[in-house]
Design a protein around this ligand. Structure first.
Ligand SMILES: C[S@@+](CC[C@H](N)C(=O)[O-])C[C@H]1O[C@@H](n2cnc3c(N)ncnc32)[C@H](O)[C@@H]1O
Length: 496
């Protein structure tokens, strides 16, 4: 059952209009970091194609001994509370059971159908007002055909739908799956790298903006926390971001159009320079002066140079370059030399902040982190300096795109601070830096770590970021002790 704090009731008001459907506004002024909602999901489902235990969500192959249709691991098999009673009552032949078991894609549909059986659970259909519009948009698309083949058809052919308490036709099964696609949040799975999806009754009401004023975080118990990322005045609309802020406008808008069925009109999407970051801009090969960037005009869709509108690029050329670049990035992953070469090559075509350049920079920075963590590599000064520069470049963009509290920004800042501290210590121990230089750097690092912690401390404790913030608190204490010791020894040198 959905359980939520009543912060939501006191601080938020649900409204409705033509453009957004239902959306949420602030009922009172909200402080940066203020919690608006803590909520458990009403349903958690695996991604299509995954088989996850219905109770503990580990990836497994076993089925419940009772209903034989829901996936259930050995450890959870003694529990009897996973809503399978209805399914167990349906008489199915061995062949039908086998056929259904071969279709891992039916798991999300089954879990949603079972949820509808419970009178005390909110009726999903009535809650999700926009389902009809989304269904009409989906009919006949590849998503519809795919769900028909892999979810609806097997359930229908084996007679499961007819035997449910509330019989379901194709529109209803497709409707439930569309509710999941449009409203669900990605949840980290128990094993590293995996994910599943969860539906939250209230958290799903927030509208989207590519410049959100909210942060959402889901902890190990799958509870969502929603908090303000900046001061929000009473009456402002509350926005979550449904996509990755580090994507270009076309890519974000495509994801929203295809997956969420709307055209985003937020200030960032309206601005072809993406708030001056140029995350989608090309370099104009005709203009020799700095600032000759080719941007996409939102009204016409044409690619024109800012300095000289006669300098243009064809949409086809742009699409080709980007597709080739994406492929090359994919093939170069994990190979730092290839990634650096690619970055140099693309820097002749794309703005340094282009989202693909940022993707490359993030990839390189993460390989450099592994190199620096391994003492056996004995990295030289240049490795530290490269990582510092990359972190600074990524941070510059994040400061514009995510001006308030941001997990991504906090982590980038921490990475930068850590690398600067390590480099300064190394240079000091190799006598390339004086004690006062080391002190000055560590004092700057302390400011950065405090700033990073200021953002990360709002994360729930039972998340990797929450844990990181706790270990950062310890590191900060050690850093402060270090600074004190160096100050004292510097004072001793001055006294002598
Ligand atoms: C997670 S739901 C939000 C709740 C939804 N408005 C409702 O009434 O149930 C996402 C849907 O809300 C609408 N929506 C959210 N943000 C929007 C935006 N910025 N512009 C237009 N529609 C938006 C779209 O229909 C989208 O598919």
């Amino acid at each position: 059952m959905a359980a939520a704090t009543d912060d939501f009731g006191r601080k938020c008001e649900v409204k409705q209009n033509e453009a957004l459907g239902r959306f949420v506004v602030a009922q009172c002024n909200l402080r940066a970091g203020e919690t608006l909602l803590l909520e458990q999901p009403i349903v958690v489902v695996p991604h299509m194609g995954d088989r996850r235990c219905s109770k503990c969500f580990k990836l497994v192959q076993n089925f419940c001994r009772k209903c034989r249709l829901l996936v259930l691991c050995e450890d959870c098999s003694d529990h009897n509370s996973h809503n399978c009673q209805r399914l167990a009552e349906i008489e199915l032949s061995e062949e039908q059971v086998k056929r259904l078991q071969e279709h891992p894609d039916i798991q999300p549909a089954l879990k949603c159908l079972l949820l509808r059986e419970h009178p005390e659970t909110l009726p999903l259909y009535e809650e999700m007002t926009q389902m009809e519009t989304h269904l009409a948009t989906r009919k006949g698309t590849d998503i519809w055909k795919n769900y028909h083949e892999h979810a609806f058809a097997p359930l229908e052919e084996c007679g499961v739908l007819k035997h449910l308490q509330r019989e379901a036709d194709e529109d209803q099964v497709q409707g439930l799956l569309s509710i999941l696609d449009v409203n669900a949040f990605e949840i980290r799975a128990p094993e590293p790298g995996g994910s599943m999806r969860g539906l939250y009754r209230r958290a799903g009401l927030f509208a989207h903006s590519c410049m959100p004023n909210l942060v959402t975080a889901i902890d190990d118990e799958r509870r969502i926390k929603v908090y303000a990322n900046r001061f929000i005045a009473a009456g402002e609309i509350l926005y979550n971001c449904y996509t990755n802020v580090l994507l270009g406008t076309e890519e974000r808008r495509d994801i929203l159009r295809v997956g969420k069925y709307f055209d985003c009109t937020c200030p960032r999407c309206q601005d072809p320079t993406e708030l001056g970051t140029h995350m989608s801009s090309f370099i104009c090969s005709h203009c020799s002066c700095p600032g000759g960037y080719i941007i996409r005009q939102p009204e016409t869709g044409t690619w024109q140079c800012i300095l000289n509108p006669d300098h243009t690029l064809k949409q086809e050329f742009v699409a080709n370059i980007l597709e080739r670049a994406r492929e090359e990035i994919f093939h170069a992953r994990d190979d730092i030399y290839r990634l650096e070469l690619l970055l140099a090559k693309l820097s002749r075509l794309l703005h340094r902040n282009h989202y693909l350049m940022l993707d490359l920079k993030q990839n390189i920075a993460s390989i450099l982190r592994q190199i620096l963590q391994n003492i056996a590599h004995r990295p030289n000064k240049k490795v530290y300096e490269r990582k510092i520069r990359l972190c600074q470049e990524i941070l510059l963009v994040l400061k514009v795109l995510a001006p308030g509290i941001s997990r991504m920004k906090a982590i980038a800042l921490y990475e930068l601070a850590n690398t600067q501290a390590e480099l300064a210590r190394k240079q000091f121990s190799e006598q390339e830096q004086s004690g006062s230089d080391l002190l000055a750097t560590l004092e700057q690092v302390e400011v950065m770590i405090r700033e990073s912690l200021r953002m990360l401390l709002f994360e729930p404790l039972a998340t990797p970021e929450g844990q990181l913030s706790r270990s950062m608190l310890r590191e900060l204490k050690e850093l402060q002790d270090d600074i004190k010791n160096i100050q004292e020894s510097n004072d001793d040198v001055v006294d002598q």
